[in-house]
Ligand binder design. Structure first.
Ligand code: UD1
Length: 379
């Protein structure tokens, strides 16, 4: 049977694109079936990314949509099971740490279908993060664990996972970044496309990029207010371009915080496409974010990144890359922003195996693993 590749939410798409390409180019070809759970469904969160990444349309869309964690996870499980019965895959491949990742892993493993997890072993050690629970549980039960950095193997070992299952292959997200860099859209064009005036970012001071969507940052009015206030303050030193996640946008409206983003040098954009975001980040003097992916992408691009979280599951971006953890404390954020803008931001280096060839390594390894398994079954 085929390898069923699962995507659900925005950060999955840039990880699966190079994998599908490498599976098609592998000899022997690894047959695939792309299943989208439908966790993300807005044009900006979904279709636009598929176009940008030249991803084939999903073979199957489970149309799950939004819901509480329990409802969303349960719906994915319920709808994914018949797909496995019907398609009889040789393996299910999941990426990242979203609810769809765990839901599909759990279904497959219980049916005796092996699971490969790409981006395994990352740990924030913060169990209040829904992604941390997804990561821990997925790694416990998946068969093959492909890791992006060496620290992941230590985390897995600590959780009693046998290192035979672990393969350090590098970062598929960076495969996508390197494949698409030449197609990145100019920041001015991305801003103009939303009807805003790009003049503001074309000044001598350059511009910064902001993204924010973690429940811990945007679901409580006090926290969200204090973050918006410090960002507004920073915008007096450098214009800031925001790409607003639907959750954040909704909360700003719900909590009545619109006045805090109503500033001349704060440019609010809807969620951006992949090529738009790549162009915006590559040209930025500073990125302020709570995203996991942006911590890695800024490291690959050599752009200083301030991460507004207390912890990171991607420590190599701090140890070797351009990332600095600034938490949610306004004094710390203000201090590091000023340091960065005065030219004392981190420069960093490219982590081991973030070389654009990770998907090929996964294809070669998985292909061999599937063959050896098949062999064992025959004899
Ligand atoms: C999910 C992932 C998170 C990832 C993020 C990227 C989990 C637990 N979290 O969080 O790790 O960083 O995606 O975006 O899986 N919504 C829309 N349109 C959409 C999708 C969502 O408006 O296409 C809104 C809905 O109000 C929804 C809310 O966003 O209830 C949350 O969506 P959900 O998929 O549950 O989680 P994210 O916050 O997007």
């Amino acid at each position: 049977g085929p390898v069923i590749c699962v995507v659900g939410a925005r950060p999955n798409f840039m990880k699966i694109a190079p994998i599908l390409r490498a599976f098609a180019a592998n000899r022997p070809v690894i047959p695939t079936l792309l299943v989208h759970t439908g966790q993300h469904y807005d044009h900006e969160m979904n279709d636009k990314l598929f176009e940008d990444l030249r991803l084939p349309l999903p073979d199957i869309n489970l149309g799950v949509g939004s819901g509480s964690h329990a409802v969303q996870t349960a719906e994915v499980m319920r709808r994914f099971e018949p797909v496995l019965d019907d398609k009889k895959p040789s393996c299910v491949l999941v990426v990242g740490d979203v609810n769809s990742t765990l839901a599909c892993t759990l279904v497959a493993v219980k049916k005796g279908i092996p699971v490969a997890h790409v981006e395994a072993g990352l740990r924030s050690n913060d169990r209040s993060m829904p992604e941390e629970i997804n990561r821990i549980l997925t790694d416990q039960i998946a068969d093959l664990l492909y890791t992006t950095e060496r620290s992941a193997a230590d985390n897995l070992l600590r959780e009693g996972i046998c290192l035979e299952r672990v393969r350090f292959v590098g970062n598929v997200m960076i495969d996508s970044l390197l494949n698409n860099r030449e197609f990145a859209r100019s920041p001015a064009d991305s801003i103009r496309a939303t009807g805003a005036n790009p003049e503001i970012i074309e000044g001598a001071s350059g511009y910064g990029v902001v993204t924010m969507h973690r429940p811990s940052n945007v679901d409580e009015p006090e926290v969200l207010t204090s973050l918006l206030k410090v960002l507004r303050e920073i915008s007096t030193s450098i214009p800031l371009v925001f790409a607003l996640h639907p959750r954040t946008k909704a909360n700003i409206e719900r909590f009545g915080l619109a006045e805090h983003i109503d500033a001349e040098r704060m440019i609010m954009l809807p969620p951006q496409g992949y090529l738009e975001m790549l162009g915006l980040m590559a040209g930025a003097r500073i990125v302020l974010t709570d995203s996991g992916g942006l911590q890695e992408e800024t490291t690959a691009l050599g752009v200083p990144c301030l991460t507004m979280r207390e912890n990171t599951e991607r420590p190599i971006t701090v140890e070797q890359g351009t990332n600095t953890m600034v938490g949610r404390d306004v004094v710390t954020i203000r201090h590091h922003a000023a340091e960065t803008l005065s030219g004392r931001g981190k420069s960093g280096r490219i982590p081991e195996l973030w070389d654009g060839h990770t998907a090929e390594r996964i294809a070669a390894d998985l292909s061999e693993w599937l063959l050896s398994r098949h062999g064992n079954q025959v004899h």
